[in-house]
Design a protein. Sequence first.
Length: 367
Amino acid sequence: MTCSSAHAAPAAPNTEPSTEALTEPFIEQLPAAAVTSSADVLGAALRLQQAGQPYALVSVLRVQAPASAKPGDKAVVTAQGIQQGWIGGGCAQPAVMRTVRQALADGRARLIRISPVPEAEAREFAEVLDDVLEFGMTCHSGGTLDLFVDPVLPAPQLVLIGDTPLAVALAALAPRVGLPVTVIAQDADALRFPDARRVITSDSPASSEARDAGLPAFGGVAPASFVVVATQGRRDIQGLRAALALRARQVFFVASARKAAVLKASLVEAGEDAQQVAAIVAPAGQAIGAQTPEEIALSVLAAVVAARRGHGQPAASALGAVQPAAQPAAQPAAQAAAQPAVQPASQVASPPVAAAQASKPGSCCGA
């Protein structure tokens, strides 16, 4: 006689969300019974930091049952998904991933709350009191989670393109405000840049030297990096192309507005992406009436620091796409000839300005 199923012990209900409900690319979300230790999580964070990869440390602060996470649980999360740890089941993941990506984009920590709401009242998120972002959760499992999302971004660096007096001055000054320097310049003399971490003597994005230095096609620079093109008339187009290949956070070009417009149009005509070209900030620098290479370096570095801290001027892309050379952005020749090469600081229309872009012989910024 076969055993009756009526005498079998009832199966325990499965309280974990189905993996079919996951809508975000979390990587190997571990069950609660196999949670790794805090040391494992911090070890994963250290490895990502050493590799220069941005991530967020997400910690569970408060839990209201039912929930699979508990206070103190944490995970290392990148823009691609969770790398190590446990912060709850599938119902929490979409809100966590959305918040992590926002935090990695602007570098700001966030406190979020994920709580159940009726399906008809589901919402993306709402800002509530005490700087808490509240996310609605429609999963049937219920429970409330309070989590802290703390982004950890690679240390920003400054990439200088050009072997000029201004580049030399910037390379000496930038490390003193916490910006390690990489110099890229064709046939550069490394002895002129004793404070630079690295000097690459080819401005070709496909150079083997760039790949050997850890900058394959110049694409290995951390996304938090800033680029200053300080070629000053020496391989300007090549320097701008190298800057675009870096895909950095912001590119500054030390040149007059007239010269920058002409060169930007040439780049677009040559096939460079118009939106990326338009995003190049030129003129570059704060209006302080600078004249010497050291003063101009201070002006440009002030603009870089302002952008780093979120207080910079809008990128050039906000002014619209760059037009081809057939529709020149430069002023008519007769009008341009009547204007001085250098405008006094009091006459500059917009705050970001290439400080004293003088065209006279011996000027550091002549082009």
